[in-house]
Design a protein around this ligand. Structure first.
Ligand SMILES: [Zn+2]
Length: 349
């Protein structure tokens, strides 16, 4: 520690400078050594001027007949000494900012950009990668766990559909798989029908490839094409692994890390979040649009037409049957956006 700083001394009322040394004693007492003479000043008898850029540092000392002053260009040495003064702690912080504010602002801006970029692009890209690279056995565990908890909480129960009806819907599912060319996919595609209980008319996809549709959903659909449209939409959620990606994006860095280090248990515990997400269609709007587009394009190609998707979307969301579609859509902006997207595909845009 530097306890002594060299500089110049100006006697009260004098502009003649004399070489002097300033040192720090106990209890923040400062000692001036001028021409072999030592003068000690207690804390109350001196004032340290705040630092100003690289200008010399100045200390004023009170004498009976006025102020004398000490100046030093050894700003670094003075800063060392000042560190032990209570006033200095504050000033050194200010001085640091003064000397570095451009750098500080730049780092804050950079950090903000980095954070924004990470959440905007980095995390979704990581989520996509880990969701696709994950072993299928993990996806199966997550799916089984989700179904088990949905049954436990009475969201779903055994289907009440007749076996003929069930077979008919299974055939539609097989058609949808064939239309999408996914018969030999890495996912274990399978359709299971359940009574909807608390969740009513609904269909959703799980990470393993399991698609669940409720009896109420089957009954709500007016045509087989509408059922097929929804199945195609769900297949896209699986192919794109929207479920795990959505969870990982929300779980953030911690989850990505767990997956990267192969911590299966904490990843599979993500399964707790799946039922809530798939049932309340809490997928991001982007994922919904992606799946709509996938389904609509296949429906267009096959000659069924993307209208089937649009019709069932509206049926699924519309609780009040007599409401005109336009009025209904105007109160559901995100649905309006999805319908607009489907109409563009129908128009061949
Ligand atoms: Zn969806």
């Amino acid at each position: 520690m530097v306890a002594e700083v060299e500089g110049e001394f100006y006697e009260v009322g004098s502009s003649r400078k004399v070489a002097a040394k300033l040192s720090l004693l106990a209890f923040e007492e400062l000692e001036l050594c001028v021409a072999g003479e030592r003068r000690a000043y207690q804390k109350a008898r001196y004032i340290v001027e705040p630092p100003l850029g690289s200008l010399p540092r100045v200390v004023h000392f009170k004498e009976d007949d006025g102020d004398c002053r000490f100046e030093t260009s050894d700003t670094a040495g003075f800063r060392e000494l000042e560190r032990n003064l209570s006033s200095g702690k504050l000033w050194s912080g200010v001085a640091w900012l003064e000397g570095h504010w451009k750098g500080t602002v730049a780092s804050v801006v950079l950090l903000a950009f980095f954070c924004f970029g990470f959440f905007q692009w980095g995390l979704p890209a990581l989520a996509k990668k880990v969701a696709h690279d994950m072993p299928q056995s993990w996806r199966v565990s997550m799916t089984d766990q989700s179904i088990a908890s949905m049954k436990r909480f009475d969201y779903i129960a055994e289907s009440d559909l007749s076996s003929e009806e069930q077979l008919r819907v299974q055939d539609i599912f097989s058609d949808a798989l064939a239309m999408a060319g996914l018969q030999d996919s890495e996912y274990d595609y399978e359709l299971r029908l359940f009574a909807g209980k608390a969740i009513g008319a609904n269909a959703f996809a799980f990470p393993s490839g399991l698609v669940v549709a409720t009896d109420e959903f089957v009954q709500l659909c007016e045509t087989d094409e509408q059922i097929k449209a929804v199945f195609l939409h769900e297949l896209a959620h699986v192919e794109e692994q929207h479920g795990i990606r959505g969870l990982v994006q929300r779980g953030g860095v911690f989850i990505v890390f767990s997956i990267l280090v192969g911590d299966a248990s904490s990843v599979i515990s993500l399964a707790e979040g799946i039922p809530a997400m798939v049932m309340n269609s809490q997928y991001s709007q982007r994922f919904e649009m992606e799946s709509d587009t996938f389904a609509a394009e296949l429906l267009q190609e096959s000659g069924i037409g993307a209208e089937a998707m649009e019709e069932i979307l509206i049926l699924l969301h519309k609780d009040v049957p007599d409401l005109p579609v336009a009025t209904f859509l105007s109160t559901h902006p995100s649905l309006q956006e999805r319908v607009d997207n489907l109409r563009e595909i129908q128009a061949g845009e």
